[in-house]
Design a protein around this ligand. Structure first.
Ligand code: DI6
Ligand code: FE
Length: 450
């Protein structure tokens, strides 16, 4: 089998994305053209599995009794076992024991690095306290900002790792991690360094997103524009120069930042050729989705209050809609994102956990998929696409991962299921037996005796 490229070692932190995150397109194309009919050997041949390739816009891309050949951390061959090229030699063979292989899951929207938690706030609310009372007492998002600023880098890492491990146990091979609980250069850098360390320590692919425009820090009370000056002029350039930023996000909301302030953040990102995304239309319609679409952003996320004009702009610019049913559930939101209109307009829909201490203390992407079906009426097929191929699009890495296609990273999840619809159907059950991260096996569970 030909070597598909020189990037054969597991390197969880590839160089920062450019443009829409699809940098080095010509280089990538050379990967994709890796010989689909390897004449000789590969590192690992996986057999005795059914495959959900998720490689077409519709359907699971099912291949019964399939096979996958992995070489140098990438997929070298995929198809029916009976079609395996004669004479293929593998250094090793992996028996999938009749399980299903899907692309490794991708959690494309998380705030998983933070210190402390807000369970006391949760309890106080259930005892009758109002959100205003809690915020007035210094709670809410600022409580997490204080805890995150006060934590050392080691403490922040130590507190975040178990949450990431929970995702990994469910076959997640790529996750996005946002900053946004530091709100100073120093503490935003600390969060993003922790995100990079998580990628290296747990051997998972991490994409970092700078969310300096998440909330107004108390030092800037009443001076939001001055804070945006600091975000655009000081924080973002310094963090990008350190290689800590793969994308840029903002919270465009009446309790966040205005469209005009958001647009300044986008301009700063685009000066640095960084892709953008946006928390848009979560609590009100600010026309944020149309704004990020017009700037050729990767995704607009949340979208409960998305308008028809927003949908049209997203469809026109192929902006991914990232739906976050965990936040909808936890906030007991009643306004649904316009799923049917998004579908009809052909807007790609991704699903993510939004893991954060305030509105979605959720570390299960499978549960987010189930909620996407039960609460938002996605089909199980749409939910799986939303957590694989379309999630990759939302991160600008669809040419590298998210489906079982020759040349892409061998990021795979192996499940003890009879059909992939079970992944969205079960509640609180984890059938993930193993995962492959760039071709390297991560065993999650022993094989059950038949
Ligand atoms: N939207 C959310 O739901 C979270 N951030 C955001 O922009 C809330 C974050 C928190 O409450 O800690
Ligand atoms: Fe979020």
């Amino acid at each position: 089998m030909p070597s598909v490229d020189g990037e054969n070692a597991l390197s969880p932190n590839p160089s920062p994305a450019r443009g829409r995150g699809e940098q080095n397109e010509s280089l990538r194309d050379s990967h994709v053209k890796a010989d689909p009919h390897p004449a000789s050997g590969c590192d690992l041949l996986i057999v005795n599995v059914d495959l959900a390739t998720m490689s077409a816009p519709q359907g699971y891309g099912e291949i019964r009794d399939g096979a996958l050949a992995l070489s140098a951390g990438r997929i070298g061959w995929v198809g029916r076992r009976s079609d395996l090229p004669a004479g293929i030699r593998a250094a090793d063979t992996f028996d999938g024991n009749g399980g299903w292989i899907t692309p490794g899951l991708i959690d494309c929207h998380t705030h998983i690095v933070y210190a402390g938690n807000r369970s006391s706030e949760f309890e106080a609310r259930l005892n009758g306290a109002t959100y205003e009372e809690i915020a007035g007492a210094g709670g809410g998002i600022m409580a997490t900002v204080r805890a995150t600023r006060a934590a050392s880098e080691a403490q922040l890492l130590h507190q975040s790792l178990p949450r990431v491990r929970s995702l990994l146990a469910e076959g997640v091979t790529t996750l996005e991690i946002k900053s946004g609980y530091g709100l100073t250069l120093e503490s935003e850098a600390k969060m993003l360094r922790v995100a990079r360390t998580i990628g290296a320590l747990l051997a998972v692919d991490v994409k970092t997103t700078f969310l300096g425009a998440h909330a107004l820090p108390p030092e800037y009370a009443g001076r939001a524009d001055a804070y945006i000056d600091a975000v655009c002029g000081d924080m973002l350039p310094a963090l990008a120069a350190e290689g800590l930023v793969d994308a840029v996000d903002a919270f465009c909301e009446n309790i966040g930042f205005t469209p005009a302030q958001t647009e300044r953040v986008f301009a700063a990102a685009q000066r640095l050729q960084l892709p953008i995304k946006l928390h848009a239309e979560q609590l009100s319609n600010q026309n944020g989705a149309a704004l990020v679409a017009r700037h050729d952003g990767l995704s607009a996320d949340h979208l409960e209050y998305l308008s028809e004009a927003g949908i049209a702009a997203m469809a026109q610019h192929r902006t991914v809609a990232v739906l976050l049913p965990g936040a909808y559930y936890f906030l007991r939101e009643t306004r649904l994102p316009p799923v049917q209109a998004l579908r009809e307009a052909g807007v790609p829909i991704a699903i993510a956990t939004d893991c954060n201490p305030g509105t979605a203390p959720l570390t299960s992407l499978l549960l987010a998929m189930n909620m996407a079906c039960t609460l938002f009426r996605l089909t199980p097929q749409e939910a799986l696409a939303g957590a694989t191929s379309i999630a990759a699009q939302a991160l600008g890495i669809a040419s590298e991962t998210g489906s079982l296609v020759v040349g892409k990273h061998a990021n795979l999840a192996l499940w003890d299921i009879g059909h992939p619809s079970e992944l969205s159907y079960a509640i609180g059950f984890n059938p993930c037996r193993a995962a492959f991260q760039r071709g390297i096996l991560r065993q999650n569970k022993p094989v059950e005796a038949a």
